[in-house]
Design a protein around this ligand. Structure first.
Ligand code: C2E
Ligand code: MG
Ligand code: MG
Ligand code: MG
Length: 276
């Protein structure tokens, strides 16, 4: 049914659309409650150096265990959290939690935390990072922050200033999901990244698609030229590891080594991966 609002326009009531909106609202409400009540959790996935065969870092990956829906994947709740602006608080929680947990790990193991572009435009990212490091006691050199190119697309000048201030603290900056979206090599010139993470879509097709192999080879070459570490994500097989090693990738991350794990499993996974 449609109702006139009295100015010649109509508001359409579509029951299906209404259901979508209701679902969305309850998701938003539940996310706020969960954040306040400890319903979010961080999982950790190791990054392994191909030369030394040792774990260099763990990436923190957010998990939401919803009381009715069960585990909601980040691909579903992060876009909603971004829309409602909650990602700023959620991201701050993740940063504090990750630093607090990582400080218990061996000194040579870093923690990598994903940032949303919204954390750059809203809230004060630099003071949040400073505060997370100070309250956890984690040295800045043990923190890596992963950003996507969208951070450099919008408000790029302002965001590059923020990135430079983070780097001056001693924090490392990684470019995540490289090769997807608008990915431009020019971004590598606009900011001195410490690491490029090759998107898992290229790793998945590495052995079946020559285009993907060519892209991985080119990115690894860029890494060498710029003096930037290249990390391949989504590595699932030994054949992929061998190929990535041959192409000059420095680091690998994926189910082949370990799925994302809870904090209590970190010591065990470290011992197992580092002894091999
Ligand atoms: P990402 O940062 O690119 O993380 C890599 C994703 O690949 C993770 O998905 C990880 O679980 C998955 N993965 C790792 N190894 C493999 C593999 O061998 N095969 C396959 N098929 N997948 C693998 P996840 O945990 O579902 O996270 C998805 C995305 O959500 C992340 O992509 C990141 O963009 C975002 N995200 C996760 N946690 C956070 C967070 O704390 N803050 C923000 N802003 N975003 C986050
Ligand atoms: Mg990431
Ligand atoms: Mg990634
Ligand atoms: Mg990715």
């Amino acid at each position: 049914s449609a109702k006139s609002d009295g100015r010649g326009t109509y508001r359409i009531f579509d029951p299906q659309m209404d259901a979508v909106i209701q679902t969305r609202r309850s998701l938003e409400r539940d996310m706020r409650t969960s954040l306040a009540q400890g319903g979010f959790e961080l999982y950790y996935q190791p990054l392994v150096n191909l030369q030394t065969k040792r774990v260099t870092a763990f990436e923190a990956l957010m998990r939401w265990n919803h009381r009715d829906r069960g585990a909601v994947p980040p691909s579903e709740f992060i876009p909603v959290a971004e829309d409602m602006g909650l990602i700023v608080q959620l991201g701050e929680w993740a940063l504090r939690q990750a630093c607090a947990e990582a400080v218990e790990w061996p000194d040579d193991i870093r923690i990598s935390v994903n940032l949303s572009p919204l954390q750059f435009s809203k809230g004060n990212l630099v003071s949040t990072v400073v505060s997370a490091l100070a309250s956890s006691g984690l040295p800045a050199s043990r923190l890596e922050l992963e950003i996507t190119e969208s951070v450099l697309l919008e408000k790029s000048e302002r965001n590059i200033t923020v990135l430079n201030r983070l780097r001056e603290l001693g924090v490392r900056i990684s470019m995540d999901d490289f090769g997807t979206g608008y990915s431009s090599i020019g971004y590598l010139r606009s900011f001195p990244f410490d690491k490029i993470k090759i998107d898992k879509s290229f790793v998945r097709d590495l052995l079946v698609d020559e285009g993907s192999l060519a892209i991985v080879r080119a990115i690894a070459g860029l890494g060498v030229s710029f003096g930037i570490t290249t990390t391949a994500e989504g590595v699932e097989t030994e054949e992929q590891v061998r190929c990535l090693n041959l192409e000059g990738c420095i680091e690998v991350q994926g189910y082949f080594y370990s799925k994302p794990i809870v904090a209590s499993q970190v010591a065990g996974v470290l011992a197992k991966l580092n002894e091999q």
